[in-house]
Write a protein that binds this ligand. Structure first.
Ligand code: ZN
Length: 143
């Protein structure tokens, strides 16, 4: 294992052990399940004036899925809905192994580039982000 892989692994383990924004408060929620791994994640967001004010999550799953949820809640909180959706698109491109314009916007989430080599793990990493995207789409439709 080279040092970079080691660093990536540390970020994932750290978020898995010490998840940020875990615990639901009753905002708009979306629960998604990944049968191939058993990941079961619920994401909730509070959007006000087009800004993602709060994101929380709850659920069980593998370290990739749970850490990706934790990182998503931290990264996207405080962003506008438009910015959040743009970052979600970048994350999908990243985990598929595609070139990403403005990869620095992904901050810690950039560590998931490595999962592109493991198709089963791509679903794990994407699951919480998909739940979040679906809630944000719903918020837009309400306008
Ligand atoms: Zn998983």
């Amino acid at each position: 294992m080279n040092n970079l892989e080691n660093l990536y692994r540390q970020v994932i383990i750290e978020h898995y052990k010490y998840p940020r924004n875990k615990g639901l408060k009753g905002f708009s929620q979306k629960r998604l399940y990944n049968p191939s791994c058993g990941d079961d994640v619920t994401i909730e967001t509070k959007v006000e004036d087009g800004i993602v004010k709060e994101i929380n999550f709850e659920g069980n799953g593998c370290s990739i899925c749970c850490s990706a949820a934790s990182i998503a809640t931290e990264l996207l909180k405080g962003k506008t809905v438009r910015e959040a959706k743009s970052i979600i698109e970048k994350f999908y491109a990243l985990i598929k192994g595609e070139e990403v314009d403005g990869e620095d916007e992904l901050e810690e989430a950039a560590v998931y580039r490595g999962v592109s080599q493991f198709p089963a793990r791509v679903k794990c990493a994407a699951l919480p982000w998909k739940a979040l995207e679906q809630i944000l789409d719903g918020e837009e439709n309400e306008r």
